[in-house]
Design a protein. Structure first.
Ligand code: FUC
Length: 799
């Protein structure tokens, strides 16, 4: 019997479960007349009327290496602190020495269709020891307690994306207090400034706490020191020492150190400088000295005025952040507290939230990934737990790559560096895994890695027996080259790409039916096929990734004029890879066999075989119309539900299918409000009050993936063309974007009105020739590096 539910209840339930939302109304902006196109002046703020009580309400700041979640309490402020090299464990060797011997048998079972038996053999003989990798861990909390600040008025806290400063202000009694917090990439400290509108009113107690094995002491009368050791995990002993220090500098009043506290009374203002470091030097060297490091960060700053630190921080942040501006219109809703805005967005009443979310993704990348730091992990930089979900490490069967989708296209190429460096660092352990587990040359990395750059298959065959993770990461090396045309970089990373390809030259095997070359064993990430396991041979995604890797190596060898013999070999092998196939529902097959309709999880969150559509360019409307239609069919079969990152991937995919309204629908799903921290997996995605993406739980890939998706709706450049407004939704009739990057070395500005291109400017950064497309019009341009061309709606130069 059908149960009737009220419309309100339906909306509540469906928003929660990620089921169908009533979107027709959402596509029409009701208050059209009140939409102002001039949102460039709308401040990019997340702001709230109450302090955060839960972690997903707190606001993230970071300098790539040091991160803090700022809660903004009045009687008690909590800064939850992270340092990006504080993981559990130490250098270790998880490779399974039994794997090589089991490999031929696993292959035989797979080719005989005995998938379950193959799966069991792999589970028993071929997985890593330990079966898990090392978790990312928190440093601890810095607490500030303010006696008497329980009853306050005029409270407000905010995060300004344009300055990268978190602010808290309120009135207690008749005094106005304000607090600013930022993580300076230049000074390598977190800075807290406390001020009041009257002298002598700043009184507070500073303490550290931590879930780590650590000792907390005071030093002199103004410094707290936390000395700790990282923990053991899954049998791997901790090998890192770490230290955090907070130095309290008060002006006026009295400062004393007492019983692991720094107590400030009746100061006029105060500054707290927080430094942290570990003994991590590299994935194989833990001999650093965190004490001398944190001491030197702090001593370098002695005497430096707050205003100078603040100004330098803002300048450095804006150098990157301000390269792109986006304007999708603004309504009154943009003035609401941020936690009330997603509901308005779903109603179509707050187009500016898409701008804010787009820029938040850029803010988060700048804050969690800067040259020299660790790459953004599953939670970017921000984690309060000793046992975070999926260890908050690097899942490279989608999540880590997604983190970096916006890097080049939104003009944050420098922020890509930590990932690109990580790829080169994987080679050493990856070569060991290749030799020990496969008897192969080159290097391999399976579906995860961690601080220690481990590469062996973990978790279990369903998730981990996927040899193509390192290969996918290598496409980012090429991607960086495509956007920058930096040949020196290409020459430096070519051996890394070559090593990844070499592994497959050695390990691809001929499948018996068509004699295609395939990976075996492998999986189509985490998706079970009708054989009741994921283990198979030659899943479509593997073939697509290898197609890219081989092609990119080939092209790199041509550009660098080296290694022609190897390049030729790759071209020959590439021609023998299993091709993409169209199945009986007209879908792009996920596997070698036409299994899609019988797979137990038809709406599985991974859409791995659509890698060919996005991020790759193997499937396009113009070059491969049949595959394009098949990919669309596959995406329709998967449906519009998904975890946070899955929804974000689908925004990008619909943008590549040139369907802006469908991409927008997925963006609405991604921006559905999810409240509460302990909501477990419900398959739905959405955002928390601080606009962190909800897998759930929080996972940052969905934030980055949405920023990339919004970009792909406005500009694409994967077909040797700069394609303007390829998937503009009806919801954004008028707007502009400035400073996006296109492949080939270009920067692009676009203005549109009433759903049509108004004008565009193409600037060459390093590029020269390019083609520009708008709908069916195409124009060829020749530019000098540094030159620019302005074009009107007909792609002609305006007179
Ligand atoms: C992959 C996904 C999960 C999650 C995890 C971190 O395994 O399938 O949904 O995102 O990575």
């Amino acid at each position: 019997m059908k149960r009737k539910i009220s419309r309100r209840k339906f909306l509540r339930q469906s928003a929660f479960a990620g089921a169908a939302l009533p979107l027709a109304s959402a596509l029409e902006l009701k208050a059209k007349s009140s939409v102002s196109a001039n949102s460039s002046r709308q401040p990019l703020l997340l702001w709230y009327e109450k302090p955060a009580t839960q972690w997903v309400e707190a606001l993230p700041i970071g300098n790539g290496r040091l991160g803090a979640m700022v809660f903004g309490g009045t009687a008690s402020e909590r800064l939850q602190l992270n340092e990006d090299t504080l993981y559990a464990g130490g250098p270790y060797d998880p490779n399974n020495r039994e794997a090589l011997q089991a490999l031929p048998e696993a292959r035989r079972l797979i080719f005989e269709g005995k998938y379950k038996q193959a799966n069991d053999l792999i589970g028993e003989k071929m997985m890593a020891h330990p079966i898990k990798q090392m978790p990312y861990e928190p440093v601890g909390d810095l607490r500030l307690t303010f006696p008497g600040h329980n009853d306050v008025s005029n409270y407000r806290r905010e995060l300004n994306l344009d300055t990268a400063i978190a602010k808290v202000s309120y009135q207690a009694g008749d005094v106005s207090f304000s607090r600013e917090v930022f993580a300076s990439p230049l000074d390598q400290v977190i800075v807290v400034s406390l001020t009041a509108d009257r002298p002598g009113e700043i009184s507070f107690v500073t303490t550290f706490s931590t879930p780590q094995k650590a000792a907390i002491d005071t030093e002199t009368n103004d410094t707290l020191a936390l000395r700790g050791e990282n923990s053991e995990a899954f049998g791997i002993k901790g090998a890192l020492k770490f230290q955090a220090r907070a130095r309290v500098i008060a002006s006026g009043g009295r400062t004393v150190a007492e019983n692991r506290k720094i107590i400030v009374s009746n100061a006029n203002s105060a500054l707290i400088l927080i430094a942290a470091a570990t003994s991590y030097k590299s994935y194989k060297d833990v001999s650093g000295d965190p004490e001398s490091q944190v001491k030197s960060y702090l001593s370098r700053l002695s005497g430096k005025p707050f205003a100078a630190m603040r100004a330098a921080h803002v300048r450095e942040h804006q150098r990157l952040f301000r390269r792109v501006t986006l304007n999708l219109g603004t309504t009154e809703a943009a003035n609401l507290p941020t936690d009330q805005r997603p509901a308005q967005f779903l109603k179509g009443a707050d187009p500016h939230l898409a701008t804010l979310y787009f820029q938040y993704g850029r803010y988060l990348l700048v804050s969690s990934s800067r040259p020299g730091t660790q790459p953004a992990n599953l939670q970017g930089l921000w984690n309060e737990s000793m046992t975070p979900p999926w260890e908050s490490k690097y899942t490279i069967n989608i999540n880590t790559e997604m983190n970096y989708w916006p890097a080049e296209m939104t003009n944050l190429s420098e922020c890509h560096e930590p990932l690109l460096r990580m790829v080169t660092e994987l080679v050493e352990n990856g070569s060991r895994t290749a030799t020990i587990q496969y008897g192969a040359s080159g290097w391999v990395c399976h579906h995860n890695t961690d601080l220690w750059r481990q590469t062996a298959p973990i978790d279990g065959p369903l998730w981990g027996f996927w040899p193509t993770g390192g290969a996918w990461l290598c496409t980012h090396l090429w991607n960086h080259y495509e956007f920058t045309r930096d040949e020196k970089f290409l020459a430096r990373v070519y051996p890394v790409m070559k090593g990844a390809a070499q592994f497959f030259v050695d390990t691809l095997v001929e499948e018996p039916r068509h004699k295609w070359l395939v990976t075996c064993p492998s999986i189509s990430p985490e998706n079970i096929h009708p054989g009741d396991v994921a283990i198979c041979a030659g899943p479509t995604m593997d073939m697509q990734i290898l197609h890219d890797l081989f092609q990119q190596c080939f092209q790199a060898a041509q550009i660098l004029r080296i290694d022609q013999e190897f390049a030729l070999k790759l071209a020959q092998i590439r021609a023998r890879l299993a091709p993409m196939q169209i199945g009986r529902a007209g879908q792009l097959q996920e596997w070698l066999e036409d299994w899609d309709l019988e797979a137990p999880e038809r709406q599985h969150r991974h859409v791995s075989h659509l890698y060919g559509l996005f991020p790759s360019n193997q499937i396009t409307k113009h070059d491969t119309p049949y595959l394009f239609a098949a990919a669309k069919k596959s995406l329709e079969l998967r449906g519009d539900v998904g975890t946070g990152w899955s929804l974000a991937w689908k925004i990008n995919l619909w943008a590549r299918l040139l369907d802006g309204d469908h991409a927008y629908l997925l963006l609405q799903r991604a921006l559905t409000p999810v409240y509460g921290h302990d909501i477990k997996f419900h398959g739905g995605g959405g955002v928390y009050p601080n606009l962190f993406d909800a897998h759930p739980p929080f996972q940052i890939d969905g934030n980055f993936g949405a920023t990339s998706g919004i970009t792909e709706m406005l500009l694409q450049s994967h077909m040797h063309e700069i394609h303007l407004l390829p998937a503009l939704p009806k919801a954004w009739p008028t707007g502009s974007v400035n400073g996006l990057r296109a492949r080939g070395g270009f920067e692009v500005d676009i203005d549109w009105t009433q759903g049509k291109l108004a004008q565009t400017t193409i600037r060459s950064v390093t590029g020269s020739d390019c083609k520009v497309r708008y709908a069916e019009q195409v124009i060829a341009l020749e530019l000098k590096p540094g030159g620019a061309v302005k074009l009107n709606e007909k792609l002609q130069r305006p007179r």
